[in-house]
Design a protein around this ligand. Structure first.
Ligand code: DHB
Ligand code: MG
Length: 214
């Protein structure tokens, strides 16, 4: 193993190596100056582990981007597993579809393009995991779908739940007051001990993980 330069590099080198298609997605994100708004490789591996722990077969993802997290999660699903991934931008969704076609997991992925509030109504059957990584101001609305769709014992996961530092201080980038209030409520709702076994995993961005107890 090559020498690592810091904690996250060490974790990634040891536990979260990218395969060919994940590397290709990364290259495309970098080319289009979108690298950094996706999850990291270590977070991808963490999502795989979480899916594994609940034996996930059906997953919803809100925010496809180029399919980097989609592919990490798809790899954790059984052959007949499915991930429904929602993306508002046509350009992103098309890019994700052409990239994921090159992976052995593409038959597990179903793409939805457009406004997730409308598209999510197409999912009628319960799911095991609902992963939210899209526009931050809408997290509470996505949470309503998640609370409806996730089975008892399943997981609701949200990325960026520190809201770029705004949950505890000044914040690294400008966000609306509405987004701050939404994220506070999102985390508060998932911290309800009667309803969830939950925590924010202290990744750089914050990742809320809640197991649904009802
Ligand atoms: C941004 C969005 C993300 O989902 C993320 O993980 C990091 C940054 C952004 O919009 O800047
Ligand atoms: Mg994110």
């Amino acid at each position: 193993m090559r020498k690592s330069s810091n904690e996250s590099d060490y974790i990634k080198n040891l536990f979260a190596q990218e395969d060919k298609v994940l590397g290709l997605i990364r290259e495309n994100l970098i080319r289009d100056k979108k690298w950094g708004i996706n999850i990291s490789a270590s977070e991808g591996k963490l999502l795989q582990l979480l899916l594994n722990l609940v034996s996930a077969e059906r997953v919803v993802e809100v925010g496809t981007l180029y399919g980097y997290s989609t592919l990490w999660m798809a790899r954790a699903l059984p052959k007949d597993g499915v991930i429904y991934t929602f993306e508002k931008s046509k350009e992103n969704s098309q890019e994700a579809q052409s990239l994921l076609k090159q992976s052995s997991e593409s038959s597990k992925v179903q793409f939805f393009l457009g406004d997730a509030f409308e598209e999510l109504n197409k999912i009628k059957e319960p799911v095991d995991v609902f992963f939210i990584d899209a526009d931050k101001v809408s997290y509470l609305k996505y949470l309503e779908f998640a609370e409806r769709l996730v089975k008892k014992g399943g997981l609701i996961i949200g990325d960026n739940t520190f809201l770029f530092g705004h949950m505890f201080g000044e914040g690294r980038s400008k966000v609306s007051q509405e987004a701050i209030e939404v994220m506070q409520k999102f985390n508060e709702r998932l911290s309800d001990k009667q309803k969830y076994q939950s925590i924010i995993i202290p990744t750089f961005e914050g990742m809320t993980v809640a197991k649904k107890l009802y």
